[in-house]
Ligand binder design. Structure first.
Ligand code: ZN
Length: 301
């Protein structure tokens, strides 16, 4: 289990699954294979699965903890959920020990104080709910769930996210609406301070209401960019959008601003799907950006 220290906070990855994901040419329409020649890091087993020729893809929550708060950022795919095939076969009818891994980190579902979703796609909201007696109920009974007001409106609008990803309609129904109906959701806007040092900011592009979290404590900083970046190769090719990015030009602008922030602030980049060690540091140079996995920063916990 990976735990990073960010000022007075501990940030731990709670794994749902770590498997080969998509073939890069499928995930990134602009993909060209020369990137593997230029950046040997990408063809190592942490980021690349040679037998399937697919990029390694992690599904996890980032858990931020101090004495008073236990916060989950994004909640993976969830168990028992029926997902549209074949595109989302990897997420269909899962039975994974996510809550057991949370318990290994010393956390029971009732201990979680806040759940924050960067956006409302299939692989970011799944553990918001669990199946009990045929009904979807909040997995974290004492948590406040925080969604972007704009992102939720985007999925309620007849001209919103459903047009580009109709497969996500079922996701809103089983993993978002039940927590709203339970009265556990607070909608927030750009610039909201969530707790001391943790801020929500708009990061449109991947979806039209996508957000990110910045954590600043003492001299340390971390950024949780959600799906503004899916893979380390996008640090080297910041103009490569995933096929799931809704707003192409905005997604590129957002990605570059995140990479600039990481470089300027020496902030730890903690995306939603990078292979091990699941985060790292970015430095900007004249020709673009470099990426260094955060191998040295893991602390006990
Ligand atoms: Zn995702």
């Amino acid at each position: 289990m990976k735990t990073f220290q960010v000022g007075s906070y501990h940030v731990t990855r709670i794994e749902e699954m770590l498997t080969p994901g998509f073939k890069p040419a499928f995930l990134f329409p602009d993909y060209t294979p020369d990137i593997f020649e230029e950046h040997k890091l990408l063809s190592g087993p942490r980021f690349w699965d040679e037998p399937t020729q697919k990029v390694m893809s992690s599904m996890h929550s980032w858990m931020i903890r101090d004495d008073r708060h236990t916060i989950l950022i994004d909640t993976g795919c969830g168990n028992d959920k029926t997902r549209a095939l074949p595109l989302f076969e990897r997420f269909h009818q899962l039975h994974l020990p996510y809550l057991e891994r949370l318990a290994e980190a010393g956390v029971r579902p009732e201990d979680v104080t806040l759940v924050i979703c960067t956006h409302l796609h299939i692989d970011h909201v799944g553990w918001n709910t669990k199946l009990v007696d045929g009904r979807w109920v909040p997995t974290f009974p004492n948590a406040k769930y925080i969604f972007s007001r704009r992102e939720f409106a985007h999925w309620q609008s007849p001209t919103g996210g459903h047009l580009t990803l109709p497969e996500n309609i079922a996701v809103i129904e089983d993993s978002v609406l039940p927590v709203i109906e339970a009265g556990q959701v607070e909608f927030i806007d750009d610039g909201s301070k969530i707790i001391e040092g943790l801020f929500f900011q708009d990061a449109f592009g991947h979806t039209a209401g996508h957000g990110m979290l910045k954590l600043e404590s003492g001299n340390d900083a971390a950024i949780f960019p959600g799906d503004s970046l899916h893979q380390p190769m996008q640090v080297f090719r910041p103009d490569w959008n995933s096929r799931f990015c809704e707003q192409a030009a905005q997604a590129r602008t957002t990605r570059r601003s995140i990479l600039d922030y990481c470089s300027d602030r020496h902030a730890l980049l903690l995306p939603a799907h990078f292979g091990a060690p699941h985060g790292g540091y970015v430095t900007r140079h004249a020709g673009g950006y470099d990426f260094a996995p955060a191998d040295d920063l893991v602390v006990a916990g």
